[in-house]
Design a protein around this ligand. Structure first.
Ligand code: NAD
Length: 336
């Protein structure tokens, strides 16, 4: 078992006894995460409440240069929040410095090329004065600004009929959820993989509704998340072979982000996301709050060379909720 001993030793640099037992010629790996010199593009950041922000922070803490893609309808408010200092407290990194977002690119991930943008969108006042926000154009801009990048994150989802059960979801609503939440990932990998360095890594965010029934997560969003997870595996193979990059997805537990707060229809006793959070906290193997930073830390690990052999995976960061088949004693009625 020299190989196994060597592998452990490789993870224990600094411990001389184990370090000496390293297999000759095996690459030495430090367990500290240093992403200095790496460039990341995180799609789907517009405030400090969501998973995208937490991932930006984790990457910045590790030294990466962070750029983001922001949906045009919320770009103005995001830029105002940043320039007005409203996010300053949330930008403090572990060393006390302030996170820098190197570039903010307008990005609408339902459009692949300029030809896809309908007149109605071009003339919409929320898109006025903006151009180059389709996926291929953003990839071109990132390449022009940074050359090759190392990290691509898809942290976005949209389902116009998410408040409707699948039984009442229209074809358009279903396809829109799929376009914004699943195909957007395929397209991002198509357009960004050619500008990624070999050894680079891609990550998206998924939700347990892809594989288990989560009442209230409607509009075809559960279907879109299933597609996202399946595509993660196929893209891992195709992009691994063609570009030498990895593709994974994190199945995150519930978080009260802006997108998640929009899931509830009006008039319910308690918003969907609050029920989901309380239910998980009461019933998960780890009965505690889930923080976006915990998802950020796992994301940074998966995006780093430390996870160099992990690809095609759906990794649960949900306090273990996914593993429950039958909950002990706290039913959803009690958390409503
Ligand atoms: P969020 O509101 O922070 O992020 C969603 C982002 O998607 C927003 O910034 C929004 O502007 C952007 N967006 C919507 N349509 C877009 C488009 N067409 N083009 C570009 N950007 C667009 O919310 P979040 O909950 O952190 O969501 C991030 C990811 O995490 C999503 O994939 C979501 O499904 C996933 N997720 C969330 C939870 C949760 O409970 N919050 C749980 C599991 C997975």
């Amino acid at each position: 078992m020299r190989g196994a001993a060597g592998a452990y030793a490789g993870l224990s640099v600094g411990n001389s006894r184990l370090a000496q037992s390293r297999v000759a010629g095996a690459p030495e790996m430090a367990l500290s995460m240093d992403l200095t010199g790496k460039v990341a593009f995180v799609a789907g950041v517009a405030d400090s409440n969501g998973y995208g922000w937490a991932i930006c922070k984790a990457l910045a803490n590790a030294g990466a240069t962070v750029t983001v893609g922001t949906w045009p309808p919320v770009l103005g408010i995001f830029e105002k929040s940043l320039s007005g200092g409203r996010l300053d407290d949330d930008m403090i990194l572990q060393d006390g410095s302030k996170m820098k977002i190197a570039t903010i690119y307008p990005l609408d991930a339902v459009f692949d090329t300029p030809d896809d943008v309908p007149e109605e969108t071009k003339n919409n006042k929320r898109y006025a004065g903006l151009e180059g926000y389709t996926i291929s154009e953003v990839a071109d801009k990132v390449a022009a600004d940074y050359g090759k990048i190392d990290i691509l994150v898809h942290s976005l989802a949209n389902g116009p009929e998410v408040t409707k059960p699948l039984l009442e979801t229209s074809r358009n609503g279903y396809l829109a959820a799929s376009s914004a939440s699943a195909y957007s990932m395929v397209s991002l990998v198509q357009k960004f993989a050619p500008i990624m360095n070999e050894g680079g890594s891609v990550l998206s965010l998924t939700y347990i509704a892809s594989e288990k029934i989560i009442p209230g997560y409607g509009g075809g969003m559960s279907s879109a998340k299933s597609a996202l997870e399946s595509d993660t595996r196929t893209l891992a193979y195709e992009a691994g072979r063609k570009y030498g990059i990895r593709v994974n997805t994190v199945s995150a537990g519930p978080l009260k982000s802006r997108a998640a707060s929009a899931i509830s229809g009006k008039g319910g006793p308690k918003p969907f996301i609050e029920v989901a959070i309380d239910y998980c906290k009461a019933n998960a193997p780890m009965p505690k709050d889930l923080t976006s930073d915990e998802v950020g830390a796992t994301a940074a690990f998966l995006l780093s060379p430390m996870a160099g052999a992990i690809t095609g995976m759906t990794v649960y960061v949900d306090n273990g909720m996914h593993a429950m088949g039958m909950v002990q004693d706290v039913a959803v009625e009690q958390v409503r």
